[in-house]
Design a protein around this ligand. Structure first.
Ligand SMILES: Nc1ncnc2c1ncn2[C@@H]1O[C@H](COP(=O)(O)OP(=O)(O)OP(=O)(O)O)[C@@H](O)[C@H]1O
Ligand SMILES: [Mg+2]
Length: 354
């Protein structure tokens, strides 16, 4: 059904507003059936990228492809996309069923087909029982489902979701995340481009994550790749928390202040400066391999874990450890450690331009 209409390709897409580049030569491919999360801080260009696919913003240069088609010059309604934005944008004066039918009317779907497709889309999103309600008679989560049903009713090859869950509370959000995952299993051919600045959403839903910062694509990879072996400091700190320690490289080890740490150094020349990335949950309290001793500067209780900040050589080393019966006191000396294989060496300077 979606053959040839699924998949997205940005071919060096630039977008500028009044001479200000907000999307800088984006090159990115979303495969047919793939869920790609676009992750990045506010203002990094995520919505702009989505709007370029939808046809609401015209690239200054570059081309946009949906499936095999170059859609750069096509108006939005001819691109075969479904789009859901943060505010849902349901029509308040239309019942749920008419909201869902709306896009199909615009697309001139034969009249006789519309009721069946409305029913199908409402079924998919678990909203069949609400067809005759008005948006104001629905909860936020239900309105969100209707917005998704409306986007799906046109049977898009590509579904664009812009922070679709950000208006929902935390519990609803995690429920909707599971719903979206289920929806994608039922529509395995549809490509989904999912904009978020929530890393949990990106890690949970996406086949791959594209990390954006300052109008540029910084990194792209599977959630596991970006989390376990980030290439840049930006990715390391944005996709999961990270300890980033400035080190000098020797062979098979690095020095951090007075400490010598055994870590994999493949491909990095001895003598170079670099950044060592260690995830806080992989840092243990007490002595062990790669031990670092310093002063406890902060202790945070987080329910099932304690987050400890230990100042070593002027740097705060963060350790997330299982809840402690007797957490260390502020100002106390403490030793933390991590296994050599849990550290990743990032080449210095990768984050500053290219
Ligand atoms: N219509 C517009 N006119 C001028 N500048 C704009 C316009 N739309 C967006 N921008 C600017 O483009 C940049 C990227 O905006 P964009 O909406 O793509 O960011 P975003 O990554 O989606 O951020 P957020 O997470 O806050 O939604 C921002 O600096 C923004 O101010
Ligand atoms: Mg945005």
């Amino acid at each position: 059904m979606t053959q040839g209409r699924s998949g997205i390709r940005f071919d060096r897409v630039c977008v500028a507003y009044g001479g200000n580049t907000v999307l800088d030569s984006l090159e990115l491919t979303v495969e047919p059936g793939e869920v790609m999360a676009l992750l990045g801080p506010s203002g990094s260009g995520k919505t702009t990228a989505l709007r370029a696919v939808a046809g609401f913003v015209r690239p200054a240069s570059g081309r946009v492809f949906i499936g095999e088609r170059d859609v750069t010059d096509l108006p939005p309604h001819r691109r075969g996309i479904g789009m859901v934005v943060q505010s849902y944008a349901l029509f308040p004066h239309l019942r749920v069923a008419d909201n869902v039918a709306f896009g199909m009317r615009a697309q001139k779907v034969p009249k006789a087909e519309i009721p069946g497709r409305v029913a199908e889309a409402l079924e998919l999103t678990g909203m069949a029982a609400y067809a005759r309600r008005y948006p104001r008679e629905l909860s936020g989560g239900q309105q969100q489902r209707v917005a998704i049903a409306r986007a799906l009713a046109i049977r898009p090859g590509v579904l664009l979701l812009d922070e679709p869950l950000s208006a929902l509370d935390a519990q609803l959000r995690s429920g909707m995340l599971a719903e979206l995952a289920r929806l994608h299993r039922e529509l395995p051919d549809v490509s989904i481009l999912y904009v978020t600045h929530d890393q949990v959403e990106a890690l949970t839903l996406a086949d791959r994550i594209a990390v954006m910062d300052k109008a540029r694509l910084q990194d792209v990879g599977t959630p596991q790749e970006l989390y376990r072996t980030p290439r840049t400091e930006f990715t390391a700190s944005f996709v999961g928390g990270a300890n980033l320690l400035p080190v000098r490289v020797a062979s098979g080890s690095v020095s951090f202040g007075q400490a010598e740490l055994k870590v994999p150094t493949d491909g990095v020349a001895p003598g170079a400066t670099a950044t060592l990335c260690v995830r806080p949950h992989l840092v243990g309290l007490g002595d062990g391999p790669n031990a670092l001793t310093g002063t406890v500067t902060e202790v945070q209780w987080r329910g099932s874990t304690h987050r400890l900040y230990v100042e070593v050589d002027g740097r705060q080393v963060k350790a997330d450890v299982r809840e402690l019966r007797q957490p260390p006191a502020l100002g106390e000396r403490a030793t933390v450690h991590f296994a050599p294989e849990d550290a990743v060496l990032l080449r210095a300077g990768v984050t500053d331009d290219d």
